[in-house]
Design a protein around this ligand. Sequence first.
Ligand SMILES: [Zn+2]
Length: 488
Amino acid sequence: MRKPVSIAIVFCANFFFVFTIAAQKKIPKSPTITVKDEAINDIQAKYSEYKEIALQIWNYAEVGYKEVKSSALLQKTLTDNGFDVKAGVAEIPTAFVATYGSGKPVIGILAEFDALPGLSQEAIPEKKPIEGKDAGHGCGHHLFGTASVAAGIELKKLIEAKKINGTIKVFGCPAEEGGSGKVYMVRAGLFNDVDIVIHWHPGAENAVTMTSALANKSAKFRFYGIAAHAAASPEKGRSALDGVEAMDNMVNMMREHVPQETRIHYVITNGGKAPNVVPDFAEVYYYVRHPKRELVVSIFDRVVKAAEGAAMGTGTKVEYEIIGGTHDLLLNKTLADVMQKNLEKVGGVIYTTEEREFGKKIQSSFGYSAPAIETAAIIKPIKADEDAGGGSTDVGDVSYAVPTVGLRTATWVPGTPAHSWQATACGGTEIGTKGLIVAAKTMVLTAIDLFINPALIEQAKEEFKKDVGDYKYHALLGDRKPALNYRD
Ligand SMILES: [Zn+2]
């Protein structure tokens, strides 16, 4: 670089004084470049590498417990970077724990990577599924997994360089979407030695999570009837579909008599094959949700009663299989405050002109007015929400095992709903991968604060203990084995 030379000409009492200020020496490396700034620069320097990984997983688009290639790619990335990876944990082939370092504190980072059925979509701003593909990353978990791996690798580097001391663990968490993958990992005790867990989620804005989640319980109800010719001998048949429909009717009447915040939804996953055959088998898949897990359990029991009544009335038999069950999400104000400062330091997402155009097209498909595109650059102030939000997450179960903190970043254009083709589309572009980098940086900076300041961890644990009280954790899905085929 050319050395800058400054020349000042000063007019003073009829004389010109010409000063030539000595050429400035090359600036030595500023002591203000902290560990945090180095980490930010490091992650940014590896942007294209992480972008490639995320887009690869976006392409794989593997659904819950079938994320063989996605999990393998993240595991390989961690192994190549010096992590010790243990795969197939908690009796789940695609779950893993990657560890680096030793001693306390132990900081965990969650990584998800499952896609959603029916959300295949090209990376373009109009609805167009990818031919021959059913699933798509409509919840951005390809970004989720990649950012968490990126954060883990950067923290490993800092431990190796002795800038921080302790252990970093990246948890590869399959089947978040309905499979409750983390519940089995909590049940298997994988978080027992972890001090703090950090996570994030793709979104349409940048904010630290201060909204809880709904506890839920889900099950598949299977009705068995008797097949017969639907016109020639209907009296000999008993319709399994009648069983499903009678159950659905009863549950729909029940909606009037459950607490206001309850959510119950179902899809008929098998309703028979042909109208002229009385179906001898039918299946309906139910979710029950409420902010309080005790209420989820009691409402779910009433849904089971409806199933039994329906079977009795239709002359069919019913059995059910619990598929998933998750706790509400415990928040931690101590950790959230730390994360907020770091998110503010990192800043939001800035779009290029082309990305803005893409984003405006996406927004015009909503049919409602969306926040300005530029709000993707803004960090929302921290604020505890009164309600529990509308979704559920198996991070809830982790939050009952370890003090947990998370954020969401703008990986989708402002206003984009999760589980939409628009979310899949944005996730397949740099709109998504830019948000991934914001998340990775924020998680690293938050972990640095925790590694260098044990008092923060203690304070977070105090808050956690108070919130859990004397509740003894019990998985809502009971002791069933992982539902590895729940997407079949
Ligand atoms: Zn999600």
